[in-house]
Design a protein around this ligand. Structure first.
Ligand code: GLV
Ligand code: MN
Ligand code: MN
Ligand code: MN
Length: 406
């Protein structure tokens, strides 16, 4: 990859990131105005470069360079275009634009592929707006999605989807959901500290953790903060704090590899002189052993159930579950050989973050390539990766696609 190509990749990443200008971090929640502009921009680049572009009814974008010999065999690369709220500049976007760069490199250096090369820009992976995750890749692979689910403002997925996808109907773009690929490769930042701490340049992903997400609802009784005696209150926030502290302790005790995060909380009425009457909070929990997740789910249910009394009603709803996923061994071994040949230091590792690859792996041979995250930071505005590492990831992907499609 040349300096010109690296400059082009950086320019494209900067162009998409500029859409969130003036905000804290990147904000491309699925179907938001910045999301629409970003996906439009990806489509326009694809059209300019001569890709066949198709958009499905969830807004996932497929950009093909048809194969000259086996057009029905599809070698795909890509990632997701959405971000978490106040997210970083590379999560998802690097896999989309790095994939675009890799295909462009191949077209320039070796011409048209024998098999079809496909870039996929998935509509949504983060689960940050609606209560479901990976809706883009789930839809592509035929898993049903609840279209009636709503975001915190009461907007339904169906309404948001329809309005946003209508804006992607650009001249020259086909509508539809294309056939599944023979392989899928996702280039991604590591989002953790292992590569950077060990001064390694590339991570090849063996498996992806299982994760479960829950919403806990605590219903107490809203009342006057000054006149209600302390022993006659049903304070929903006090109860929520006790639950979180109890669960956090149990998570620490259960297994060192288990993660437990409460990242979202809503307090009602959220006013300083009213005892909170209603609190909801999220739980995100992950492990690479399904049995540990089962055990912790039981603990969550028991702790929430047992904590209730006559005035405080607690309930828990699991709204997302994804299983531990093992990625393709052969593709990993092939990428390991390429990394060694290119002289990149590397390791094989499990991913603690969720990825579209875990959905794609259910239907096709799937692999992932990680590059280092500076300070191991991700899902935050400080998310960063050096230019050299961005470049190495794209180089490895380029070689891998070359090996598979030519
Ligand atoms: C998605 O990025 C997740 O791992 O939470
Ligand atoms: Mn991601
Ligand atoms: Mn993410
Ligand atoms: Mn992710």
């Amino acid at each position: 990859m040349t300096t010109t190509q690296l400059n082009q990749l950086s320019h494209r990443i900067g162009t998409i990131n500029a859409l969130s200008k003036g905000e804290v971090g990147q904000n491309r929640l699925v179907y938001s105005p910045t999301w629409i502009s970003a996906q439009q921009q990806v489509i326009n680049w694809g059209l300019q470069l001569g890709f066949d572009v198709t958009v499905d009814d969830f807004g996932t974008t497929y950009m093909d360079i048809p194969g000259t010999v086996h057009p029905d065999q599809i070698i795909a690369a890509g990632s997701h275009i959405d971000t978490v709220a106040q997210g970083g500049r590379f999560d998802g976007l690097y896999g989309v634009l790095g994939g675009l760069q890799a295909i462009e490199n191949l077209l320039e250096s070796v011409g048209r592929p024998k098999k079809t090369l496909r870039l996929i820009s998935f509509s949504e992976e983060e689960g940050s707006r609606f209560p479901d995750t990976f809706t883009g890749s789930k839809h592509y692979t035929g898993q049903p999605i609840n279209l009636a689910m709503t975001d915190p403002n009461g907007v339904s997925f169906e309404d948001a989807r329809r309005n946003a996808v209508a804006k992607l109907k650009i001249t020259g773009v086909k509508s539809g959901r294309p056939e599944l690929p023979s392989t899928f490769t996702e280039l991604h930042i590591e989002q953790g500290p292992r590569l950077i701490d060990h001064h390694l340049q590339i991570g090849l992903v063996t498996s992806i953790v299982g994760q479960r997400r829950f919403t806990v609802t605590v219903k107490g009784i809203a009342n006057h903060a000054g006149t209600t005696p302390m022993d006659e209150r049903a304070d929903a926030l006090e109860m929520a704090v006790t639950l979180i502290s109890d669960l956090s302790q149990q998570a620490h005790q259960l297994d060192k590899g288990l993660t437990f995060t409460v990242g979202e909380m809503h307090i009602s009425p959220n006013t300083s002189n009213v005892i909170p009457g209603l609190v909801t909070f999220s739980i995100d929990t992950r492990h690479n052993n399904e049995a540990v997740l089962d055990q912790f789910e039981q603990i969550i249910n028991q702790v929430v159930e047992r904590s209730q009394d006559t005035n405080i009603i607690n309930s828990v709803n699991r709204w997302a579950k994804s299983d531990v996923t093992h990625l393709d061994d052969q593709l990993l071994a092939a990428n390991q050989k390429i990394a060694d040949r290119l002289g990149f230091s590397s390791t094989q590792l499990a991913s603690g973050a969720g990825h579209d690859s875990q959905i794609m792996a259910k239907v096709t041979r799937t692999t992932m390539i990680f590059v280092p995250s500076i300070n191991g930071i991700s899902h935050a505005p400080e998310e960063n990766t050096s230019q050299e590492d961005l470049l190495r990831g794209v180089e490895l992907l380029t070689e891998s696609l070359h090996q598979q499609a030519y």
